[in-house]
Design a protein around this ligand. Structure first.
Ligand code: ATP
Length: 478
């Protein structure tokens, strides 16, 4: 495919996803009736379920199904000293550049690269003009090399704690959840009597004043993270990095992400954070190309060391069994190394929507094509829709509502729909990603059976009413 054609197919898919999200109530622009707020999004009835399911699946595999990881739910606003010690106040910045032609503000490190001194053609005021690049990149919007100098822009959101802004009341909204795990390391370790290797996991909102917000919910200023800090003896860190990178890759595959759209990429030496000793990105093939989904890094003992220095509190773990190599005696105090799998929940939601999106053309026996979200049943916002075939038959509607209640009592999100012809109702559920539809009809009255329709292949089976909950539950757990 030519570049232009490829780009339009890419933006086409993104537009379809954005359209579907609004049409079906997954994601809305924030404050839409006031014209919207750039880079802020609201999750509607289906979106909130999908996001919660993604986060619940992460929690299940990272915390509940393991004995070596525990959870934490810390404040979003922490002492500003935390962010000074972690280096965020001084150094959490991106290089910002302004385009003098179209006035776009963008991140230099994400802009198209050109050879310094090269002649470049770009569009300005409707005309194609030529300019010389005096920086190694051009404006991502109009292609102009006519740019401001690069400035460092700090991504922390500032606010004040207390009623009066006294200057020293400045606090920050957390830009990552990780630091709370480091400063609570000993609290958690000692109260739970944990011995490395062990992990502390946390999910929640993080905030970054991003220079460029892009690709819908891929990069926004307020987003949700899922992070785990795995504390281990320093000599075990390389093995745990290998373990966690594979474990995290496999998690996406287990939840239905197509393997060919995922890859693990090791960071090049010049990409590595200065404190990191090895890092992998789980990358997804988004419509605009391979890009980050999650990072898995060996952060060494950098963070614990920094907080120990800045707070003056010892953050070492005492291992009573280990032999101290210097004294030859039993018992060693040491700062554990940390392996960190850091994922974005909202970015993962976008990934699963893109990966699950499918269009089927009309076929023999079916005159309409369909749009279907092939979400894993565990992620699907609605698990089962109950559809009485005829709206006017009170026995059918009453029975369908009864079954809905039965599902809800069993913790399965069920949805009742009697509006429009059955084909339209199926189509709505296909777009919402609902894996099962159950239709109650005249035969139900006679023999107590219903029709179950499977989203992916549209197969229909006749099943006994009393087996419905069991069948759906076991398919979800598969
Ligand atoms: P990027 O290179 O895309 O800016 P990062 O390397 O700075 O990301 P981390 O600090 O490693 O990201 O954060 C861990 C994860 O949090 C990312 O892999 C991503 O999924 C998510 N994330 C980070 N920034 C954002 C954002 N602005 N919007 C949505 N998700 C984000």
């Amino acid at each position: 495919m030519g570049d232009k054609k490829k780009n339009s197919a890419e933006s086409d898919l993104m537009q379809k996803i954005v359209g579907l999200c609004k049409r079906r109530g997954f994601v809305f622009q924030s404050s839409e009736i006031y014209g919207g707020l750039k880079s802020a999004y609201d999750y509607g009835p289906l979106g909130v379920e999908l996001k919660r399911n993604v986060m619940a699946e992460w929690w299940r595999s990272m915390v509940h199904e393991r004995e070596d990881v525990v959870g934490l739910d810390a404040s979003i606003i922490m002492s500003p000293k935390v962010w000074q010690a972690s280096g965020h106040v001084g150094g959490f910045s991106d290089p910002l550049v302004d385009c003098k032609d179209c006035k776009t503000r963008f991140r230099a490190d994400k802009a198209p690269v050109v050879e310094k001194g090269a002649e470049v053609k770009y569009r300005a005021q409707g005309k194609t003009v030529t300019g010389v690049a005096n920086q190694p990149y051009v404006c991502p919007e109009c292609g102009s090399p006519n740019l401001s100098e690069e400035r460092e822009f700090n991504l922390l959101f500032k606010t004040n704690l207390g009623p009066v802004d006294t200057g020293d009341s400045t606090v920050y909204l957390r830009p990552e959840t990780a630091q709370a795990m480091f400063v609570n390391f000993l609290n958690v370790q000692s109260t739970y009597r944990l011995k490395p290797p062990f992990g502390i996991a946390q999910q929640g909102k993080s905030f970054r004043n991003e220079i460029t917000v892009e690709h819908f919910i891929f990069r926004s200023c307020e987003f949700e993270q899922m992070e785990m800090e795995y504390f281990c003896p320093p000599e075990e860190a390389p093995n745990w990095l290998d373990y966690w990178k594979q474990e995290r890759f496999d998690w996406y595959v287990r939840l239905g992400c197509k393997k060919e759209n995922l890859r693990l990429r090791a960071h090049e030496d010049d990409e590595l954070a200065h404190y990191a000793d090895g890092c992998y990105d789980v990358e997804y093939k988004y419509p605009w190309g391979w890009d980050e989904l999650e990072g898995i890094a060996n952060r060494t003992n950098y963070d614990l060391k920094k907080h120990q220095e800045a707070s003056g509190k010892k953050l070492t773990y005492f291992d009573p069994v280990k032999i101290n190599p210097e004294t030859g005696k039993q018992g060693v105090h040491y700062l554990p190394y940390v392996i960190e799998p850091a994922a974005g929940a909202t970015r993962t939601v976008l990934m699963f929507l893109l990966d699950a999106y499918d269009e089927e053309p009309p076929s023999e026996g079916r005159k309409d094509g369909r749009v279907v979200l092939r979400l894993h049943p565990r992620l699907a916002p609605i698990k089962v829709a109950l559809l009485p075939l005829v709206k006017k038959d009170e026995w059918l509607t009453g029975k369908a509502r009864e079954i809905v209640k039965d599902f809800l009592r069993n913790g399965i999100n069920a949805f009742y729909d009697e509006k429009d012809a059955i084909g339209r109702r199926y189509a709505r559920q296909d777009e919402a990603g609902t894996p099962f539809c159950i239709t109650v009809d005249g035969q139900t009255k006679e023999d107590g059976t219903v029709t179950i329709r499977y989203r992916d292949d549209m197969r229909q089976d006749r099943i006994k009413l009393e087996e419905a909950v069991h069948i759906v539950t076991s398919k979800i757990r598969e």
